[in-house]
Design a binder for this molecule. Structure first.
Ligand code: FAD
Length: 492
């Protein structure tokens, strides 16, 4: 086989799209035949395996990617196993000259790519990695002294002072597909879609998966949502955010595409400027999380602030199970956890409150909540999830102080003032009057009976802990941690 007939491999990962895909564009530019491959590694030895909701999404996303490639005449080859072994075998089988991939800057993904690169180098084949998963590569943004940022606002200011990220690339209109013999596993044999039981009906009705759906979601958000985003993004009772997070997590859309589309929308209509900047700032938190995880690779398992290692967490499996099921007796918390269970997503404001409830009201370690979110979120993303949890738990970079303890009743009244969110996810409370909806135990016996909530009926649980007592217990735990670490205690 002559060199131009030998294929190049495009190794897909968390970049399940054809547009703005620099690795694919560069592979196509070689004019060599393209062999697209996705490798599923469920062993957990190199990277953290996807949770249940992510597996559901991945199944659909791979179908869409395979269909898009098929329209260009190319096959998406599916293989399972250690990517180092799988790619080395594919190179051997096809005599591929180069492997193209999007750069993975997560610590475990980066070491995997390094291992692949070293293994292929042994056969004279190069792994070429291309930027594009984030707006700014994690090491491109640095403090004045050249180190990583630890605080969001100066980090984002530094990002904004840089040249804008490159304009997104179009999807290739044509490519030379590889037609040599190569075996692919069948997606349906991977069992990514749940069975026995199939719990995914709620996910299917909440989401359209794939690159085209991601572009539609962005277009819809910029035409309908962004105008009121700055004011509305904290309200879980209506659709005020983009809901792009699973598409971004799987790379069905790139952050650069979101950036440029938002900038163009605001340039065309200055009334959208406030919403667009606020949306880009949230993308900035995604950047910040990626930056932190890159520079502090221990974050998935250890607190950013080391003194939190001595925090007196409790192990309470029964309380954790009630929290997971959405049966804490606090309506906003339970509504959020039911939304998560049914749709694989939860509004950001509610994520903050339910996470705070776990680590402060119940004193359960943030890692337990992070693991639950990892399994149940369709947008599960290592950097965002770990940094989100550490932020709430007070142990992360630029975190909310631990002593600032959300009151779940007040949060409900403020951000779900008419109770539409709680009524939607907790139909058993739907008939309660709004003034007691976020604290059903405050309703008179007659009101509760009228609403079908007679005591002892088991319709809705009593609070798992009383807010005031739980708050005191959390502050006492903080003092105990500070006494051990010698830190000055502050509470308020
Ligand atoms: P929008 O408000 O439309 O924001 C646009 C995009 O910006 C999002 O899609 C997301 O990519 C990014 N973004 C927004 N807020 C944040 C944030 N606080 N941190 C990082 N990126 C952000 N997000 C995930 O993508 N995956 C996770 O696993 C995840 N776990 C979280 C865990 C906790 C405890 C908390 C408090 C937050 C977590 N987030 C996570 C961040 C945030 O809640 C979601 O990104 C957001 O709710 C997604 O909805 P959206 O796409 O409509 O957001």
């Amino acid at each position: 086989m002559t060199a131009p007939d030998r294929p190049v491999i495009v190794w897909f990962g968390r970049d399940l799209r054809l547009s703005d895909h620099p690795a694919l564009t560069a592979a196509v530019a070689t004019s060599q035949p393209i062999l697209a491959v996705y490798v599923l590694d469920e062993s957990g030895t190199r990277t953290r395996p996807p949770g249940g909701a992510s597996r559901w999404w991945l199944d659909k996303s791979l179908q869409h990617l395979a269909e898009s490639l098929a329209r260009l005449g190319a096959l998406l080859v599916l293989r399972r196993g250690d990517p180092v072994e799988v790619l080395a075998a594919l190179v051997r089988e096809t005599a591929a000259t180069t492997v193209f991939a999007s750069r993975d800057h997560r610590p475990d993904g980066a070491s995997l790519q390094q291992a692949v690169s070293e293994r292929l180098a042994g056969s004279g084949v190069k792994l070429r990695r291309f930027a594009g998963a984030v707006l700014f590569e994690p090491e491109a943004v640095a403090t004045g002294s050249g180190g990583p940022f630890r605080v969001f606002t100066p980090f984002w200011r530094a990002c904004l002072s840089r040249a804008a990220p490159p304009e997104p690339l179009p999807a290739p209109r044509a490519l030379v597909p590889y037609h040599g013999p190569v075996e692919s596993e069948r997606l349906r044999d991977w069992g990514l879609h749940p069975s026995r039981p199939d719990w995914s009906a709620g996910l299917a009705s909440a989401w359209h998966v794939g690159e085209a759906a991601a572009q539609d979601a962005l277009t819809r958000f910029l035409s309908q949502g962004v105008a009121a985003y700055a004011e509305g993004r904290d309200r879980p009772d209506h659709v005020g955010t983009s809901r792009l997070s699973p598409h971004l997590a799987f790379g069905e859309i790139s952050a650069r595409q979101c950036w440029h589309a938002a900038r163009h929308a605001a340039d065309a209509d200055p009334r959208l400027e406030r919403g667009a900047s606020s949306f880009l700032r949230e993308l900035g938190w995604r950047e910040f999380s990626a930056h932190l995880l890159h520079h502090f690779p221990h974050l998935p398992s250890a607190p950013f602030k080391p003194d939190f290692a001595t925090f007196p967490w409790r192990q309470d499996d029964a309380a954790l199970a009630r929290w997971q099921r959405g049966a804490t007796g606090y309506p906003l918390i339970d509504a959020g956890l039911r939304e998560l269970w049914q749709t694989g997503w939860m509004h950001n404001r509610v994520r903050m409150v339910v996470a705070s409830f776990l680590v402060k009201h119940l004193l359960i370690p943030w890692q337990a909540g992070e693991a639950w979110f990892w399994d149940t979120l369709v947008d599960a993303d290592l950097a965002n999830n770990v940094c989100g949890w550490q932020w709430v738990a007070g142990c992360g970079a630029d975190a909310a102080p631990y002593f600032r303890i959300f009151n779940p009743i007040m949060q409900g009244r403020k951000f779900d003032p008419d109770g539409a969110y709680v009524r939607r996810w907790l139909p058993e409370l739907a008939r309660l009057p709004t003034d007691v909806l976020h604290a059903p135990w405050e309703a008179s016996a007659a009101t509760r009976a009228d609403a079908g909530l007679a005591p002892g009926s088991g319709t809705y649980p009593e609070p798992i802990v009383a807010h005031a007592a739980a708050r005191e217990r959390a502050l006492a735990a903080l003092r105990q941690k500070n006494d051990t670490s010698g830190e000055f205690s502050q509470s308020g």
